[in-house]
Design a protein around this ligand. Structure first.
Ligand code: 5GP
Length: 181
């Protein structure tokens, strides 16, 4: 793909898929006997969600939420707006939120409070990636795919200016090296 060679490999496709299979098994165990509503956060979590639900052996429904955070492309401002709401109420449902990445935690803190106000029976959070070094708000994360360093990553749903979501792996843009001496 044009421009994709600028990215360094961080997590190859086979490791992503192996980890998702493990997470799916864990979620299947934890929710035995329950009906799940899996809520995906658009657009970044789409790839992760569609792979994850195929590894969950439970009856489940899927719904989606669009969020937009004010601020520039690579910094979260914490001021979040719902651009597309869930299609159905979640009152008395077991809800699993599926996120692509938790960076400062500000987006998820907003989302969690918003969803809890709708009185689900339970609310758990699953994220593919977590960058703990940037935490500004602690949000309980029930399932974490990979904990990563503070790097701007793309691929497997994550974009840079709306591009590179379709890379099958997760890559990062290396910072320019400081000149020697
Ligand atoms: P937070 O509110 O936790 O700081 O940020 C959450 C959102 O910021 C994510 O859902 C994602 O859209 C964006 N984000 C944070 N870090 C990265 C990153 O490394 N790469 C990309 N593509 N988006 C990121």
């Amino acid at each position: 793909m044009e421009g994709a060679d600028r990215f360094q490999m961080l997590i190859p496709e086979d490791r992503i898929q192996a980890r998702i299979a493990e997470m799916g098994r864990q979620i299947t165990q934890d929710f035995q006997g329950r009906d799940l509503v899996v809520v995906g956060v658009l657009k970044g979590a789409i790839f992760f969600l569609t792979d994850l639900v195929r590894r969950i052996d439970l009856p489940l429904a899927m719904d989606f939420l669009g969020l937009s955070s004010y601020g520039d492309a690579t910094e979260s401002s914490g001021v979040v707006r719902i651009t597309q709401d869930l299609s159905r109420p979640i009152v008395d449902q077991d809800v699993l939120v599926v996120e692509d990445i938790v960076d400062t935690g500000l987006t998820l803190a907003f989302l969690r409070e918003n969803l809890l106000a709708r009185r689900p029976r339970s609310l758990r959070i699953c994220t593919l990636l977590h960058k703990p070094s940037n935490t500004l708000r602690e949000v309980p994360l029930d399932y974490v795919g990979f904990t990563i360093e503070n790097r701007f990553v793309v691929g497997y749903g994550l974009d840079y200016e709306q591009r590179y979501r379709n890379l099958p792996y997760i890559g990062y843009l290396p910072l320019p090296q400081a000149p020697a001496g």
